[in-house]
Design a protein around this ligand. Structure first.
Ligand SMILES: NC(=O)c1ccc[n+]([C@@H]2O[C@H](COP(=O)([O-])OP(=O)(O)OC[C@H]3O[C@@H](n4cnc5c(N)ncnc54)[C@H](OP(=O)(O)O)[C@@H]3O)[C@@H](O)[C@H]2O)c1
Length: 300
């Protein structure tokens, strides 16, 4: 099998590419950086510049499935122009793939796109499944809606479409976990806001495992990609501190301070959704890291 990955040079895409190659799947990838182009027997890069609608259509040669992971980071300051980049790096890129497939001969039958659990409203007790139609009122929810709509247009080309609503990914590399760990290591860690907001996290091994599982089994539709045991921000902070053998002596960081420092981005740490992993498990995926303890033992 040969697949095309956008965002293959990122956290999830890098690990997914390696897992594909190890599993005998050839990877083509589209990158916006010419210096990231490699040309190996099972891993071949192609250039695209979505802003000017430039794309190397050789990237689609022999490809039967597309994995769309490209997207500007959401953890840089949300200025007006950067918000536009967050949105368009997901939707315009999907549109460019869609328009290109309409113009060339190809064998693509399956399109799987990253998506986010931030589509669901903030919740303390409500558990969100993929059936939920409630949509949050934040900028991130707006992005997810447009991103999923951009993915859905591939259905009109007769393709199967899958959207992976991903929780916050924890890994040993540069990830959200490292940003939480740093102040705790430096003895200045504390829960954020009320500390009661849910953190629907997932280990990098499992998000990669879920993509592979969907690709290999042609799973179609929406899937939440979160570990089966979400934790509150307070529990997460406490467990990391215990794992690192650091005291937590400061009071919670008040929400208004986080809003002052982070602006609109504060929703990333002050809001949270309780999200169900049941559907992907019912479709045969077996998590490697069910609990935070297991993930932290592996990552810290
Ligand atoms: N990591 C998480 O916690 C998490 C949670 C929920 C959803 N997701 C989503 O899953 C996807 C992959 O996540 P990730 O953590 O692997 O992301 P990442 O490490 O930030 O990598 C994303 C990739 O997207 C490409 N990219 C960045 N800015 C772009 C732009 N303006 N236009 C086109 N391409 C651009 C880059 O590839 P090139 O430089 O090669 O072009 C980059 O390597 C993202 O869409 C992300 O929003 C991630």
């Amino acid at each position: 099998m040969k697949i095309l990955i956008t965002g293959a040079t990122g956290l999830i895409g890098g690990r997914l590419s390696r897992a594909c190659i190890e599993g005998g799947i050839t990877v083509h990838y589209l990158t916006t950086s010419k210096e990231k182009i490699q040309d190996k027997p099972n891993f071949k890069g192609f250039y695209w510049d979505p802003a000017s609608e430039e794309i190397d259509s050789k990237a689609f040669d022999g490809v039967s499935k597309i994995v769309h992971l490209a997207g500007a980071s959401i953890s840089k300051r949300w200025t007006k122009s950067y918000k536009q980049e967050i949105m368009e790096s997901r939707t315009h890129t999907a549109n460019l793939l869609f328009e290109t497939l309409q113009e060339i001969k190809h064998d693509v039958q399956y399109f799987i796109s990253a998506s986010g659990v931030s589509i669901y409203p903030n919740s303390k007790t409500k558990l969100y499944t993929e059936e939920s139609t409630a949509v949050d009122s934040t900028f991130l929810a707006e992005v997810v809606l447009a991103w999923e709509a951009a993915a859905d247009q591939f259905k009109s080309l007769g393709m199967e479409v899958t959207k992976v609503r991903t929780g916050v990914v924890f890994s040993e590399e540069d990830s959200a976990l490292q940003k939480i760990v740093a102040p705790i290591k430096a003895y200045v860690g504390a829960p954020l806001g009320s500390g009661k907001q849910w953190q629907s996290w997932i280990h990098l091994d499992d998000i990669v495992g879920i993509y592979l599982h969907c690709i290999k089994n042609n799973l179609e539709g929406v899937f939440n990609a979160v570990a089966p045991n979400p934790v509150t921000n307070k529990k997460l902070t406490k467990q990391i501190a215990a794992r690192l053998d650091r005291p937590l002596w400061l009071p919670n960081v008040p929400g208004f301070i986080l809003k002052l420092v982070l602006g609109e981005m504060a929703i990333l740490v002050l809001r949270g959704q309780l999200v169900s992993s049941r559907k992907i498990e019912e479709h045969g995926y077996v998590f490697r890291h069910y609990n935070l303890e297991s993930a932290l033992d592996h990552l810290l």
